[in-house]
Design a protein around this ligand. Structure first.
Ligand code: ADP
Ligand code: 5GP
Length: 218
């Protein structure tokens, strides 16, 4: 059967969302999963929970010892030291979400994003930023979750994060949230329509439709 006889199946994506603290990554990712069928993977961290954060929902909060054991056991797809704490993406839920066909989002820092791109080049890397640096500071202060010392560390790191932006696939300007959400959805849809990601359905021996990579077929 030639490729014209088969149904086109839109692929599910691994999306990495990074950017300086305060740029709006959490807001954008949370809003995206509320509006679309996508999974936001919960990271592990050694940092203390903030007021209002729900363990295992916002983060899996673990000790440094337990985190280091996880590294030894190869349980992380990526991990990094960020703002003096360890953060990492557990491998198992990512594999599960991708195998089950869901768009899968990792909200992680740039060091982690580049590690993911190396291991999984098909990942789409999106860098969230504000138009101006002062907007970041205003948002961090306005969020009211961090002490002045922590805000200073985050602003210092923000300058370093911005230098990595050109290794990402897309930038997402988050000055107006609704505009950013439209742009994010457009990035996702354009990536799903790339010819190199084209997937065709095939009937298996039981007559069920399964997805197969089809772009190498005639
Ligand atoms: P990050 O996850 O990148 O650190 P957050 O999503 O926590 O950033 O956003 C930081 C603060 O800025 C929060 O108080 C959030 O409500 C606010 N915020 C996010 N996006 C916008 C926006 N487009 N305009 C104004 N405030 C925003
Ligand atoms: P916060 O402490 O504000 O929740 O997050 C601080 C930074 O750590 C943010 O840039 C966030 O994206 C990043 N981060 C959160 N989870 C992970 C993770 O699993 N891996 C990496 N590398 N960074 C993460």
């Amino acid at each position: 059967m030639g490729r014209l006889d088969k149904d086109i199946v839109k692929p599910n994506l691994l999306l990495v969302v990074s950017g300086p603290s305060g740029a709006g990554k959490s807001t954008i990712c949370q809003t995206f999963v509320e509006r679309h069928a996508a999974e936001l993977v919960v990271s592990c961290t050694t940092r203390e929970p903030r007021n209002g954060e729900v363990p295992d929902d916002d983060y899996i909060f673990i000790s440094r010892d337990k985190f280091e054991q996880g590294i030894k056991d190869d349980r992380f797809l990526e991990y990094a030291e960020v703002h003096n704490n360890l953060y990492g993406t557990p491998r198992a839920p990512v594999d599960r979400a991708l195998d089950e066909g869901r768009d899968t989002i990792l909200e992680i820092d740039v060091q982690g994003g580049l590690q993911v791109k190396k291991k999984m080049p098909e990942a789409v890397l999106v860098f969230v930023r504000t138009g101006t640096f002062s907007a970041l500071e205003e948002r961090l202060v306005g969020r009211g979750t961090d002490s002045p010392e922590v805000i200073d560390i985050r602003l210092h790191n923000a300058r370093k994060e911005l230098e990595v932006m050109d290794q990402y696939d897309y930038f997402l300007l988050n000055d107006d949230l609704e505009t950013a959400m439209v742009d994010f959805a457009a990035i996702v849809m354009a990536e799903k329509c790339r010819i190199e990601r084209l997937t065709l359905s095939a009937d298996d021996e039981h007559g069920n439709k399964t997805a197969v990579s089809g772009n190498k077929e005639d």
